[in-house]
Design a protein around this ligand. Structure first.
Ligand code: PBG
Length: 316
């Protein structure tokens, strides 16, 4: 076997898995107000951007060779109905218009969820302390339509309500937004690895947890069922999230579906690597690239990662 590992050229020529900037998506956080971008304490190296800072950062991401960003908004107000989520003048809608005006070729994906916008931090509307599925669907569809109308290329529902992909597709089509694609967070697990993101997005539920809508980490068959349902409802791309602890799920979706597959290397995966690298326990760049390659090998066509722009630089 070592004959084919002898030189860098042979190894590169025969490598089975290729990681390229074109496979990566950079998550970005946008807030109201101007001024310099501020670093997120739980996610070293990641920032909350005002709209000007966001457009500048998005330009740098694009210049590094990363084709897409996914946007997360921090609203000015939170309420029971998550009203800023579906407000045409909400923070994400404003951000999409600003990015598209400055960088028309950058692919803009928006996270569609209510948790950053509800006063209680759950991903939908509460009735008697439980998230009401079908009332939430209407607000999610309104949110997706407002993002698409602002110019988003893809909307990415991450709420895990039943039937949301179908509801969003129907609403987009009814509004004439037939070209907007849906990237569904299909197998989204109730994971401890979202902790740093919830600090960053101020979206920790004030009571209870998300186990009534996000998936049990032990369930692989159910992940396949979720993906097949989403495809049936009109998902253009399906996602597994988190990534590294769920590589087997990615592989199963790769063999059991034919749609493009995305994986989300989430905040806790990033924070864990950053913490280990900061203590000198692992080589930061090598470890980050190894995880991204592993996620590709498992079957992901697209990897959403906080390392995206930096990794693109390493890969040049
Ligand atoms: C919104 C959402 C979350 C993430 C992406 N979209 C948080 C959650 O479900 O609690 C997590 C992303 C990350 O951890 O990097 N529902």
């Amino acid at each position: 076997m070592r004959r084919l590992r002898r030189t860098p050229g042979i190894r590169r020529m025969l490598g089975e898995t290729h990681l390229s900037p074109a496979d990566l998506v950079q998550p970005l956080f946008v807030r109201h107000g101007g001024g310099p971008s501020d670093e997120i304490a739980s996610m070293p190296g990641q920032h909350h951007h005002g709209i000007d800072g966001l457009v500048e950062k998005a330009g740098a991401v694009h210049a590094a060779g990363v084709p897409a960003v996914i946007l997360f908004g921090l609203p000015a107000r939170k309420d029971e109905a998550a009203s800023e989520a579906w407000d045409p003048e909400g923070i994400v809608q404003l951000a999409v218009r600003a990015i598209k005006a400055a960088l028309p070729d950058l692919i803009v994906i928006t996270d569609v969820c209510l948790c950053q916008y509800t006063s209680h931090g759950h991903c939908g509307v509460l009735r008697d302390g439980v998230v009401d599925n079908d009332v939430t669907l209407e607000l999610l569809a309104d949110t997706a339509v407002s993002h698409a109308a602002a110019g988003a290329d893809m909307v990415a529902p991450s709420d895990m309500m039943d039937g949301r992909v179908g509801a969003i597709r129907t609403s987009l089509d009814n509004e004439g937004l037939t070209d907007t694609a849906i990237l569904a967070y299909s197998a989204k697990f109730a994971s401890a690895f979202y902790g740093p993101f919830r600090d960053a997005a101020h979206s920790t539920p004030s009571a209870g947890d998300r186990k009534g809508y996000q998936m049990d980490p032990g369930n692989g068959n159910e992940a396949v069922r979720e993906a097949l349902l989403d495809i049936d409802e009109g998902a253009d791309v399906v996602m597994v999230k988190p990534a590294l602890p769920y590589l087997d799920v990615l592989r199963r979706l790769r063999t059991e579906t034919l749609v493009p597959l995305a994986a989300y290397q989430v905040s806790g995966e990033y924070a864990m690597l950053e913490a280990a690298a900061a203590r000198g326990l692992v080589d930061r760049q090598a470890a980050a690239l190894e995880t991204l390659t592993a996620i590709r090998r498992a079957g992901a066509d697209l990897v959403i990662s906080y390392y995206a722009a930096e990794a693109a630089g390493w890969l040049q």
